[in-house]
Design a protein around this ligand. Structure first.
Ligand code: IVH
Length: 667
């Protein structure tokens, strides 16, 4: 094997691996420019040595393997990617190529923001959204219509007229920073590792099986590409205007540019402004405006000749790592934070950067006193990307992660497979106790007005409370004796506490703060089991069979109810009179389904998923989340996953259509 062959094979393997990590695991192990450099090197080598190119070369595909569960659909027009540029010179070269390709004909450009999300292709027939397909490998993608339909700004049926009978529109699905931050606040609150960045969050969300969870994630979308036969437009800008008229969300930031200088000015104008957008972008897209000219220029095997992207250099700065502090969360996870010598970066003064966990510290080998590189990506908190080693002091010492809790001195522990170190002293460790209370009183939980972190601190200090349940025995006399309280504020707080006794059970369950039990999971558990008592008695198997409950959550629920301290806490809540069960309400309709268990899958036409679940329960049936030999029936809707169907067939579980199910009720 020659050196060239060896390098081609190395690059092929590496890119395949990185693609897999990126598309399957949603992890970027290298930066975009690094990835592009590898791909370019491979492309160049293959061009110079075409006979050495491997049949499975990643340059043959646009990248991205396909997740099994969704139906795979071939794109009518392949979904290509764009060439990248990083400098004025490269843009001028692109401009030259376009000029040559058009034989000196006059032309203009359109510039747009390159939204950092996941590409989507939407098919509209007679004005109705009929199919949404992810990019996949560019040739075929996953059919994620049910998930796409949950995106609020996407029209499901066009309200205007004059659109083609059938057309395709492409765009980018993304998660706005606000949504991303809120999700991570909740994830950290329930002890889940935070999502890495909004792009991964968006792509992970679109791959979820349950579209109701997708709906809660509040994704957004911008469309930028109209395809089809007999389009009503002659230029890209007209297409965009059409899309806007038809009711599609279009980013208002696009602009016509008469020549490459105007393009450069557009790029320059977003250099700083891009940090104030509600979502992340990873560059600018430059397109030849006329559709006829786009056609004349055509495509190479992988990318259009009429468009290119420009990527901004990541904003980075170097500064000194002065110290590392450690924060203890409600679940006991200990998070390191870098304290930096303040430095100006992308328009803000940066003093702190996230260091994630012990593995990250070790990976960077970052030490106190080091000069470090700080970068601002899409995320709000900047991150340390490396150490300026030549500047390292001679006597620097490797960073040893804390061995004991900074708050209570208990030795930290780490569970196999988890990145975080935990303080196991759940009951006594002050930040954990206070964190649990802050969790309990938050709006999504018991929603207690008039109580904040400082008041909690004070009540703790004065030994008036030791956990959230103690709030219910606070008295006016106790409060009025404290500096912070006057007559009105004391009464307000007591009223707020009293009011929380009528907060519905699912919110109380969330407030109790079982690890991994977020607001959605709490709702599912509450609905399935009906009361805290039933949940506390549920076996591992029963938990796993509840909708949406996986192994991790089941184990956490079991562990919670095995702990005498939690049982005591729950008993105190019971005595206080908070809602620990669903209201009696929903009348039983019949016992037509008594003793039978059901799994439901797919999308239904007469019922929503929730209605179908209610119907099963109201008629005496039992809902199960996954197919096993013990299940009696699988009610199969449209677009159900092939894996479930296969498993049901294999185990001999009877499969019912929606109509057959309704007939069962009438018998
Ligand atoms: S045009 C054939 N316009 O970037 C050209 N793409 O690297 C089709 N993207 O797959 C793409 N914003 O996911 C275009 N305004 C924009 C874009 C955009 C983001 C993404 C898209 C595409 C990738 C290409």
């Amino acid at each position: 094997m020659t050196d060239v062959q060896k390098r081609i094979s190395e690059l092929t393997d590496r890119i395949h691996y990185l693609n897999h990590r990126y598309y399957q695991d949603s992890v970027s192990e290298v930066s975009d420019p690094e990835f592009d450099a590898l791909l370019r090197e491979l492309q160049d080598l293959e061009k110079q040595n075409p006979n050495f190119a491997l049949p499975d070369s990643p340059t043959q595909r646009v990248g991205g393997a396909i997740t099994k569960e969704f139906r795979q659909i071939r794109h009518q027009y392949p979904m290509l990617s764009l060439g990248n540029t990083y400098s004025r010179e490269e843009l001028q070269e692109f401009d030259e190529r376009v000029r040559k390709g058009l034989n000196g004909e006059p032309f203009e450009y359109v510039c747009e923001l390159k939204i950092d999300g996941v590409a989507i292709s939407l098919i509209y027939e007679n004005g109705v959204l009929t199919q949404a397909i992810t990019r996949g490998d560019g040739v075929q993608g996953d059919e994620v219509t049910a998930n796409a339909r949950t995106i609020r700004s996407l029209p499901l049926k066009l309200q205007s007229t004059n659109f083609p009978e059938r057309f395709e529109v492409r765009g980018e699905i993304f998660m706005p920073f606000k949504v991303f931050d809120a999700i991570n606040v909740e994830r950290e609150d329930i002890g889940e590792a935070p999502l890495a960045n909004p792009r991964n969050a968006a792509s992970g969300t679109m791959k979820m099986q349950d579209s109701s969870v997708v709906a809660q994630r509040k994704l957004a979308c911008y469309l930028y590409y109209l395809l089809g036969e007999n389009l009503p437009s002659e230029s890209h800008s007209q297409s965009i205007e059409c899309l806007e008229r038809w009711g599609f969300p279009v980013s208002p930031t696009w602009q016509k540019c008469a020549d490459i200088d105007a393009v450069l000015a557009y790029i320059h104008s977003w250099e700083e402004k891009r940090f104030h957008l509600p979502m992340g972008i990873d560059g600018i897209v430059i397109k030849v405006n006329s559709l006829r000219q786009q056609e004349d220029l055509g495509f190479t095997a992988k990318i259009p000749r009429w468009a290119i992207s420009y990527k901004y250099k990541a904003e980075s700065a170097t500064t000194v790592l002065e110290s590392i502090s450690y924060q203890v969360g409600r679940t006991g996870a200990v998070t390191p934070v870098a304290n930096l010598k303040p430095v100006q970066l992308a328009g803000t003064k940066v003093k702190r950067a996230s260091l994630h966990n012990a593995d990250e510290i070790a990976r960077l080998d970052v030490r106190i006193g080091d000069w470090v590189f700080v970068e601002k990506g899409g995320e709000i908190i900047p991150k340390i990307t490396g150490v300026d080693l030549p500047k390292r002091g001679m006597f620097s010492e490797p960073t040893a992660f804390l061995s004991h809790c900074p708050a209570c001195e208990t030795a930290l522990v780490r569970t196999e497979g988890e990145a975080a170190w935990y303080c196991p002293n759940e009951m006594e460790c002050p930040p954990q106790r206070k964190g649990r209370m802050e969790h309990f009183i938050q709006r999504k939980a018991l929603n207690i007005d008039g109580l904040g972190a400082e008041t909690i601190d004070l009540l703790f200090e004065k030994k008036l409370i030791s956990d959230s349940a103690d709030l219910y025995s606070l008295t006016y006399e106790q409060l009025i004796g404290l500096d912070r309280f006057a007559d009105k504020s004391a009464r307000n707080l007591l009223a707020g506490i009293e009011k929380s006794k009528s907060v519905p059970f699912p919110k109380v369950l969330f407030g109790i703060g079982i690890r991994f039990v977020g607001a959605t999971v709490a709702e599912k558990l509450a609905e399935h089991f009906g009361s805290l008592e039933n949940i506390s008695k549920a076996t591992h198997e029963e938990l796993i069979q509840a909708p949406e409950i996986g192994e991790k959550i089941a184990l956490s629920v079991l562990a919670f109810f095995q702990d005498p301290a939690s049982i005591q806490f729950v008993e105190k809540l019971q005595l206080a009179g908070v809602q620990l069960a669903m209201p009696e309400g929903k009348e039983a309709e019949s016992d037509a389904l008594a003793g039978l268990s059901f799994v439901i899958s797919g999308v239904f036409s007469t019922f929503s998923r929730e209605e179908l679940q209610d119907k099963i329960k109201a008629n005496g049936g039992k809902l199960i989340s996954s197919v096993s030999a013990k299940v009696n029936y699988l009610v199969a809707g449209e677009n159900m996953g092939p894996a479930k169907l296969e498993k049901a067939t294999k185990l001999g579980v009877k499969i019912l259509t929606e109509t057959e199910f309704v007939e069962m009720l009438l018998q």
